[in-house]
Design a protein around this ligand. Structure first.
Ligand SMILES: Cc1cc2nc3c(=O)[nH]c(=O)nc-3n(C[C@H](O)[C@H](O)[C@H](O)COP(=O)(O)O)c2cc1C
Ligand SMILES: [Fe+2]
Ligand SMILES: [Fe+2]
Length: 412
């Protein structure tokens, strides 16, 4: 755990975590950082987290000393969102300081009781409610339901302009150094942008309509610092991460970037012959192109690419009257994340009955996927030269369609 000063009277506690699957599902090739905060007025509040604390009281007191916090004045624990990555330490703090008051939304109170049982004093808050820490320091709360659970809220510190946002505006990626945006090199900026896309696609994408509402609400505040529960703190340019999130939320329901993603799987190399032609064709264009084989590539990586792509090419064979199973699993997950408005094309091999195409239709129906599909090209066994030519033409058509969309966007 590292402690750094975020603003006058505000400290950030950061813990890097790696080698785990987030939510037990999502691979994090570059780990994740968990942040919590301490805000000092005459009284002190802890906001989110404390994950890196080992639960030993001496460590806790040492941390408080480092932040010049008087234990007696530690009056509040603010829980913006109760998911255990932000609240897993609550029993230990309550054991040390039973009279501490927990501040959270009504929805969080219900969840806290379900997850931790009776945990003592709780004050529930709504939009515009205030906790006065004294010394001119007031914290104001705003609910942002479903970013990421129904209980979520943000906490605004009037004095510094810091908005503590928990899961909103977060990113994956371990944090080196103190983890503030002004210290990021251009390379690191690109790195955290990619990690923010991966985090958004994997954790937040399903809730994009709620993200839009949360942004509208937060934007009315005079924000000077965005202090999330995951990743980098934005204090030089808080507008940057807000704008990025606005874009990610829009990518879930409109054409995204001038990008094409090819997701493919093949057992004996028949579908792979089509994949080879697809790759050669797309590489002749200048769209950004990502290629992922399943099951070799994790769902999380595929989802991150689908979030930013406008064109999605699917290539997989039939397997036991259905779709090649790892592809069906990935598509199901894309459907659940409600990523809409893509231009898509599917190809693949079959032996006798086919079935992959039927399952694709079933998955699209199940999740009401509204993608605009070009006619699929299925081939028996190995693709013929004619079939490969039709596949090539379909891919060219997709790229032209994407180009048309983006030229129109530029003219706008
Ligand atoms: C385990 C297994 C199950 C299959 N089930 C079907 C099937 O139900 N219907 C069908 O038309 N082809 C089926 N096939 C045939 C494949 O779809 C066919 O071999 C195809 O060419 C495989 O393409 P690939 O080499 O790209 O994996 C099956 C193949 C395997 C290995
Ligand atoms: Fe969460
Ligand atoms: Fe979280």
């Amino acid at each position: 755990m590292s402690i750094s000063k975020t603003a006058d009277g505000i400290y950030k506690l950061t813990t890097n975590m790696e080698g785990i699957l987030f939510e037990g599902i999502w691979e994090m090739p570059h780990g994740v950082a968990l942040n919590s905060y301490v805000v000092r007025g005459e009284k002190t509040a802890i906001i989110d987290g404390f994950c890196g604390w080992d639960g030993v009281p001496e460590t806790f007191f040492k941390m408080l000393d480092e932040m010049e916090v008087d234990f007696e004045k530690l009056d509040y624990v603010i829980i913006n969102h109760i998911e255990p990555d932000h609240s897993g330490w609550i029993d230990e703090i309550k054991a040390l300081k039973p009279d501490v008051e927990i501040i959270c939304t009504k929805a969080a109170e219900n969840l806290l009781k379900a997850f931790y049982g009776e945990i003592g004093r709780i004050r529930t808050v709504r939009d515009d409610d205030v906790v006065d820490l004294g010394g001119g320091r007031r914290l104001i709360f705003y609910c942002i339901p479903n970013v990421h659970w129904p209980d979520a809220m943000v906490t605004f510190d009037e004095q510094s302009g810091a908005l503590f946002t928990c899961d909103a505006f977060g990113s994956f990626g371990l944090v080196e150094g103190e983890g503030y945006d002004e210290a990021l090199s251009p390379d690191k900026r690109v790195f955290y942008e990619r990690e923010a896309v991966r985090y958004y696609a994997n954790i937040i994408a399903t809730f994009s309509p709620f993200v839009k509402r949360a942004i509208e609400k937060c934007e009315k505040l005079p924000i000077k610092i965005i202090a999330p529960g995951h990743g980098i703190v934005w204090r030089k340019d808080p507008e940057k991460i807000i704008e990025d999130y606005r874009q990610y939320a829009s990518y879930a329901s409109t054409p995204a970037r001038r990008e094409v993603v090819l997701i493919w799987g093949s057992m004996y190399g028949m579908t792979q012959l089509a994949v080879k032609r697809i790759i050669e064709t797309v590489e002749k264009s200048n769209v950004v192109f990502k290629v992922h084989q399943v099951p070799e590539t994790s769902w999380g990586t595929v989802l991150a690419s689908v979030l930013t792509a406008t064109g999605v090419i699917l290539a997989m064979p039939t397997y036991e009257n259905k779709m090649f199973p790892p592809m069906a699993a990935v598509l199901d997950e894309i459907g659940k994340k409600k990523i809409q408005d893509r231009i898509a094309f599917r190809t693949g091999s079959y032996g006798w009955s086919g079935g992959a195409e039927r399952e694709l239709e079933a998955i699209c129906d199940r999740h009401q996927i509204n993608w605009q599909f070009l006619p699929s090209v299925e081939f028996k066994g190995k693709p013929s030269e004619e079939e490969l030519d039709i596949i090539e033409k379909s891919v060219i058509k997709m790229i032209k369609e994407i180009d048309r969309l983006f030229t129109e966007k530029t003219i706008d």
